[in-house]
Ligand binder design. Structure first.
Ligand code: COA
Ligand code: AMP
Length: 643
């Protein structure tokens, strides 16, 4: 099926059948081979798949004999189908006062030319390219250009500090880095080039070239290994699409684990293209000619999947928005974007809605805009608290769909499938597992718990197409991190329950990952930064509840014996240290100096107990604790009186 040739008919007007969700979900688990071969018809293959799944437990690969080019699917095929004049990407940037639309033909031409630039720098199939860019269209152009050549991109979020960028450069060993002179955060111009230079200084691996996009807000002097984006584009020849195996990596996206070393999640192209196309029709209900606005960042998985790849794969229009939901110029920007660009589906993180609600609690700014075309609000990235759900739902009067997924999965595990069959919403739940996902709740002994009982949320293997096949260059860590806790299951790292109706409730991480304003961070990484301070003997970082960001990190340090520094100065230094080593996005604003940390008799810091007390739970003292008195000293620091 060539989706790009269809007219703009909202999927929801095709009257979903009652029971369709249940039928499709069952079919996907009973006969995954047939289900995903059928779904694969939405993609144009250079060599169509004869079979869907190849299993070498615990590893699973989708479409092992097929070939495609994801960039061709996202761009060229729509142009070839005569839809080249249709808007592909709208760049909307209130921080620079710019709006620019790229048609499919224009975007294809830009991408082909930039692929020519990369090819000229020696980038070919399988080579890695790190992309460290703000929210500018060139970020999407660079990603798609890599896909065009069969090269592997690794986008690094702009809010990460040089040390984090260096860790990713060392792991991905790119031959080229693509970056910009600056990013813009509200009214602040943040120079990127010094951050990139510092990262390359820190990294053991030295990329041969860096392509730099000069932005008028701050131009930089280029060095001998730097290539000016505009000059290179002017001189380049467009490059063609290179067909690659469906199982070849399309990208590596680093995400936080329990330690400071990020995990390189590998995404292969074939399964991803199939799964994304399936979700656009069946979950987000966005078809050709419709406009999706995903307010996230291309540095996160949400940005990869639903700013760049999925909307383009189905011939829709995507909005790439540079700015925050609030601030510059006001908290009505999401409404303006939706009205001006005829957005039918808006997707963001709950924290963005909490930020808007704080600025404009009555939604007064909404009244200036015509949002009659907006049909759904999708929220993900962190738990959607029922209060924010109700506020958004009352304000907009459209379905507000909580859905749950992870960098590792590439697309939602649980959602209310609006295009397939809208199910009744239960606030606090991301509804039910989508086709392909066999979600279970397990007790620590590996037994499945009864409905309504909390446990570890796991997925029975194999996971569907698009989910991670492994970690970059690290099969062993992949197995250890995700597959070893329960034989035959993928460990999501989230805890929660499934109720009697089959609705999943995701209550929070069971590991040391925290979620700050929809950004995933490792407390282990923050602790590693704090530990580099010469006065710190040991430390712990926990995530505590925050009314706007969902969670924020709080640090606790024990000083080396005999030291009596000025505490205010020390705390400021520690906050600055984390900002410098991890990045502003860590949002660590508070570090307490404490006499000791609570530990088990074997020396493990009781972070979960600390977290529970900070969040106001009536936390029992664990039987494994070494010295209960330490906890008593800490209680007033964790939860000051009145909280
Ligand atoms: N480059 C440089 N710095 C960045 C950055 C980037 N790309 N992104 C964030 N930062 C900085 C911010 O400027 C801020 O710096 P500050 O401490 O000096 O003010 C810091 O990192 C923390 O950023 P953030 O947590 O985003 O807080 P915020 O107050 O700037 O904005 C929200 C809060 C809720 C408005 C914003 O986080 C948001 O819109 N989030 C929801 C959407 C989203 O991206 N979700 C991701 C997954 S769906
Ligand atoms: P990331 O990999 O950055 O997308 O973060 C994934 C993590 O965010 C998940 O493991 C959850 O902890 C959390 N998360 C994402 N979406 C939801 C949701 N809808 N409800 C609860 N938690 C969520």
């Amino acid at each position: 099926m060539d989706v790009s040739g269809e007219e703009a008919v909202p999927m929801s007007e095709q009257a979903p059948q009652k029971g369709e969700y249940e039928t499709q979900w069952r079919a996907s688990l009973d006969d995954p081979e047939a289900f995903w071969l059928h779904a694969a018809e939405a993609v144009d293959w250079d060599r169509p798949p004869d079979r869907a799944l190849e299993s070498h437990p615990p590893f699973h690969r989708w479409y092992p004999d097929a070939e495609l080019n994801v960039c061709r699917n996202a761009l060229d095929r729509h142009v070839d189908a005569g839809l080249g004049d249709r808007a592909a990407l709208i760049y909307d940037s209130p921080v620079t006062g710019t709006t620019r639309t790229y048609t499919y033909t224009q975007l294809r031409d830009e991408v082909a030319r930039f692929a020519g630039v990369l090819a000229g720098l020696g980038v070919g199939r399988g080579d890695r390219v790190v992309i460290y860019l703000p929210m500018v269209p060139e970020a999407a152009v660079a990603m798609l250009a890599c896909a065009r050549l069969g090269a592997v991109h690794s986008v690094v979020f702009g809010g990460f500090a040089p040390r984090e960028l260096a860790a990713r450069i060392d792991d991905a060993t790119p031959s080229v880095v693509v970056s910009a002179s600056c990013g813009i955060e509200g009214k602040r111009v943040i120079e990127y080039k010094p951050l990139l230079d510092r990262a390359i200084e820190l990294a053991a691996h030295k990329p041969a070239k860096r392509v730099i996009l000069q932005r008028p807000e701050a131009t930089v002097e280029l060095g001998s290994d730097d290539v000016d984006w505009a000059e290179a584009m002017a001189a380049a020849q467009p490059a063609d699409c290179v067909p690659v195996r469906a199982t070849d990596p399309l990208y590596i996206l680093y995400t936080s684990g329990t330690t400071g070393k990020p995990k390189g999640v590998v995404r292969d192209g074939g399964g991803y293209a199939v799964a994304l196309a399936w979700t656009m029709r069946n979950v987000y209900d966005v078809g050709p000619g419709e406009t999706m606005f995903t307010a996230s960042d291309v540095g996160w998985v949400v940005g990869h999947s639903y700013i760049v790849y999925a909307p383009l794969l189905v011939g829709a229009t995507t909005v790439l928005y540079e700015g925050k939901p609030v601030g510059t110029p006001d908290a009505g920007q999401f409404w303006r974007v939706c009205a001006e660009h005829g957005v039918s589906t808006l997707f963001t993180a709950p924290t963005a809605f909490r930020a808007i609600k704080k600025e404009d609690p009555d939604g007064a700014l909404l009244s200036g805009y015509d949002l009659s075309g907006l049909r759904y609000l999708f929220l993900a990235g962190e738990r959607l608290d029922p209060e924010t759900y109700r506020w958004a739902s009352d304000l907009l009067g459209i379905p507000v769909v909580d859905h749950w997924w992870q960098t590792e999965t590439g697309w939602p595990i649980c959602a209310d499938p609006m295009g397939l069959e809208p199910l009744p919403i239960k606030p606090g739940s991301p509804t039910k597992p989508l086709p392909g996902w066999d979600v279970r709740i397990l007790a620590p002994d590996g037994n499945q718990v009864a409905p309504g009982v909390d446990g570890a949320i796991v997925v029975k293997l194999p996971m569907p197409p698009g989910s991670l096949p492994t970690l970059w260059n690290d099969d062993e860590r992949f197995v250890r991190s995700y597959l070893s806790a329960f034989d035959g299951y993928y460990l999501t790292g989230d805890g929660g329950r499934i109720d009697d109706d089959g609705y999943v409730f995701v209550m929070g991480r069971t590991d040391d990952v925290i979620n700050v304003a929809g950004h995933r961070l490792s407390t282990g990484g923050l602790e590693e930064a704090l530990a580099t301070h010469p006065a710190v003997a040991e430390c712990a970082v926990i995530g505590v509840a925050d009314p706007m960001k969902g969670q924020v990190p709080r640090g606790f340090v024990v000083l080396k014996a005999g030291l009596q520094p000025d505490e205010d100065e020390l705390r400021a230094e520690l906050v600055a240290l984390v900002r410098e080593q991890v990045g502003a996005v860590a949002s660590l604003k508070d570090v307490a100096v404490v006499p000791a940390l609570p530990k088990t008799r074997s020396g493990k810091i009781l972070r979960r107990t600390m977290r529970g007390i900070a969040d106001g739970a009536d936390e029992p003292v664990p039987s494994t604790i070494d010295d209960p008195a330490v906890l008593d000293t800490l209680r007033p620091v964790l939860r000051p009186t009145g909280q």
